[in-house]
Design a protein around this ligand. Structure first.
Ligand SMILES: *Cc1c(COP(=O)(O)O)cnc(C)c1O
Ligand SMILES: [Zn+2]
Length: 435
């Protein structure tokens, strides 16, 4: 693979370390399994044990109150947290989509319906991002890594939302893009991914087939110079999900929530939200207290909740069959880590069927005016189920994630439409029985 490292240090002592890339506080990559460390680069698996690599930081220079002031004075997007992300300090001046700082909605109407105490239920609404899903957060990190490593083409394997996020970010930042999706995705996702002008390739198969294809492409000369945001740039990409944890806590007045309900596709988002919460505690930005993390899946693709309920540590792959296509990953890379986190924090992993997903989409829309995609139906549906079973405590503060926009998954609520069709006359209106 052709990798150009950009020397950005002005240090005159030229040596091996002077060729390091500038990704802010990111110091190295470290293996989540064995701790083996390697320099920052476009690699994702440990050469010793094949475990996943993640970013190791050097946060030692931070004074807590100075850091808090800097964050609060920062831009109203994810770059307010640049000192905690693998990005250069001047990231906000570069062309990107500036996602994040989405609304944390106090959902009192939904709370009433679900039997949660007033003032305790919140929806973190990530449909407000530039391409209407949480994926803009992770792509924004991957773009900075792609710049640092000299890639010119951006790519990904996607269940839909990621393809759109990569297409848009690449267009704005001046990269070529070529992204891969299962050929049978929702129309809204396909159009959204194609409109930004990059290449969009449908693969005859499900997401796991697409992902396998991309892994092959990375090892082939055809993929030379390509940055796959969720494969060879995955350690950087994944860190973007930490910004959800940062925003939620800051929006709660620098407090940890008691309970969080998070959707699971590969499980990356859930594991990095946990990482973000732990960082805030370690940095002293929030007061330490217990919090519980709950994972949400669709029954038709529930490898992690199945393993959780069976008490297993390993996740057996499934063949997805659900309307929640954005979460339809049958072989989730971070599945075992999700199980660890749910168990360590005292949370759980639960699933709901397609009918419950649709009911939950309607419930959220009718109570809070938020139109969620199917993934939001999954989290709201699972929240309801966990409240009924007693796993979620209705007296504690609870944040439910909506990670995407209902306009991209209109088929899920097909049949929703006109109350009546009338002639433009008062008589016809009265006949329709609406008064
Ligand atoms: C990708 C995605 C997720 C979560 O993905 P992970 O692979 O678990 O990080 C959640 N919701 C939506 C709408 C998504 O597109
Ligand atoms: Zn290792």
């Amino acid at each position: 693979m052709a990798v150009h490292t950009v020397a950005t240090t002005t240090d005159s002592t030229v040596g091996a370390s002077a060729s390091s890339v500038d990704l802010g506080p990111a110091a190295a990559l470290s293996c989540r399994e064995c701790g083996h460390r390697v320099p920052l680069g476009p690699v994702f698996a440990c050469e010793e044990c094949f475990g996943p690599l993640e970013i190791a930081y050097d946060f030692s220079a931070h004074d807590t109150e100075e850091l808090r002031r800097r964050i609060e004075a920062g831009p109203a997007n994810i770059w307010r947290y640049a000192p905690l992300l693998p990005v250069p300090a001047d990231v906000a001046t570069k062309p990107n989509l500036n996602p994040g700082w989405t609304k944390l909605v106090q959902a009192d109407n939904l709370a009433r319906e679900l039997g949660v105490d007033a003032g305790k239920l919140f929806v973190k609404d990530d449909s407000g991002n530039p391409t209407h899903s949480f994926k803009d957060r992770v792509v924004a990190q991957a773009i900075e890594a792609a710049r640092a490593f000299g890639f010119t083409t951006l790519s990904c394997s996607s269940t839909g939302n990621l393809a759109g996020a990569v297409g848009a970010a690449a267009a704005r930042a001046g990269f070529r893009s070529c992204v891969f999706i299962p050929h049978d995705l929702e129309q809204g996702k396909v159009v959204m991914a194609a409109v930004y002008g990059g290449e969009l390739v449908g693969i005859e198969g499900n997401y796991d087939d697409v992902n396998r294809f991309c892994s092959e492409l990375i090892g082939d000369p055809a993929g030379e110079g390509w940055g796959f945001v969720n494969v060879n740039l995955r350690p950087y990409y994944a860190e973007g999900s930490k910004t959800l944890a940062y925003e939620i806590c800051e929006q709660l007045g620098w407090r940890l929530p008691d309970q969080i309900v998070i959707p699971i596709a590969s499980g990356s988002q859930l594991t990095k939200i946990d990482k973000g919460l732990r960082e805030l505690i370690e940095l002293g930005l929030v007061e330490e207290k217990p919090y519980k993390i709950f994972g949400a899946q669709a029954e038709g693709c529930s490898p992690v909740s199945t393993a959780y309920k069976a008490g297993h540590d390993v996740v057996r792959p499934q063949k997805p069959d659900t309307i929640a296509k954005s979460l339809a990953i049958g072989n989730p890379a971070d599945g075992p880590y999700v199980l660890d986190i749910a168990r360590r924090t005292g949370g759980a992993v639960e699933d709901v069927d397609d009918e419950q997903i649709v009911e939950a989409i309607r419930l959220l829309a009718r109570t809070e005016g938020i139109f969620a995609e199917t993934a939001g139906g999954v989290t709201v549906g699972v929240t309801r189920k966990l409240l009924e079973s007693g796993a979620l405590d209705p007296s504690l503060s609870t944040v439910v994630l909506n990670t995407g926009d209902g306009l991209k998954t209109l088929d899920a609520v097909a049949g929703t439409g006109l109350t009546a069709t009338i002639r433009p006359s008062l008589e016809s209106f009265r006949e329709a029985g609406l008064v």
